[in-house]
Design a binder for this molecule. Sequence first.
Ligand code: PHE
Length: 352
Amino acid sequence: ARNAAVAAIEAATDLEQLKAARLEHAGDRSALALANREIGALPPQARKEAGKRIGQARGAVNQALARRQQVLEVEHEERMLVEETVDVTLPTDRLPVGARHPVTTGSELIADIFVAMGWEIAEGPVLEAEWLNFDALNLGPDHPARTMQDTFWADPADHGVVLRTHTSPVQARSMLTRTPPIYIACPGRVFRTDEYDATHSPVFHQVEGLAIDEGITMAHLKGTLDHLVSSLFGAGISTRFRPSYFPFTEPSAEMDMVCFVCRGTGLATGDDGAADAASCRTCRGEGWIELGGCGVVNPRVLTACGIDAERYTGFAFGFGIDRMLMFRHGIEDLRALFEGDVRFTTAFGSEI
Ligand code: PHE
């Protein structure tokens, strides 16, 4: 057993094999271990003799193991050094360069359009006081928009803080911290408990606008929004107001622009890849694309935010940035804007 063991140990060519040899020849079930266990059954004379021989054999095997282990470890180390050498002089591909996200560049473009008109860019937190998100905007405690259906509450058991459901609380913040004239725009992230599908997402982006001054009318609103639309989509695109309702504006409207793909016909043109479908895919046959809500600031909001409603009037709007980007770039699935796929992002480069 001793010679066989030593031979097997010497024959091991790597640490794995040595481990197997150790298990077989020096483990609990090896021939030598078993023989050792049988010594007790021998007569006393033979016991002494056998114990000595087995002890020597085990010593020799352990020595052989230790020696082989050392040799193989050194070999292993040397091999790793060779195999893992990095040739720093080899040419490499450059790391792929990412790109700024279209929502970022799009928000900046929109902000620039307002800055060019002399407006300020305002900001507010996404985790917002319930009072600013709702009450200050004339959305009373019983308003349906305050129910759990639309709103992410920071703590559902303890109302008071919400993930803002729109950028409109920035209106309230701006009125509370500034004195008229106020001209602010605020692009930002908003949250609602919506499904996640091709046209909805629980997180999306709006751009809020607020103008407070003496003599502001609905006409100023229309002119400003027309300028925004023509800056983003090209001159001469028709827009329309549809009557609507928001507690914080009165009167309120929904603003649409003519679908620039079918030019308002609602029919598929063929060059949008839907030649066999009857209706335009961009506006779904409507001929119009909805951009968002707007209106003349409700005097109750002015008063709640400390503005003299006798002297000042204002207009406000809140448009969906993601929607505008989808129309502008022919993005068919809203989710592309939220999944962070660099192939999507880099397709825009840094232009928008
Ligand atoms: N906050 C409204 C919304 O999220 C949009 C809006 C903003 C309407 C400002 C009127 C004035 O739908």
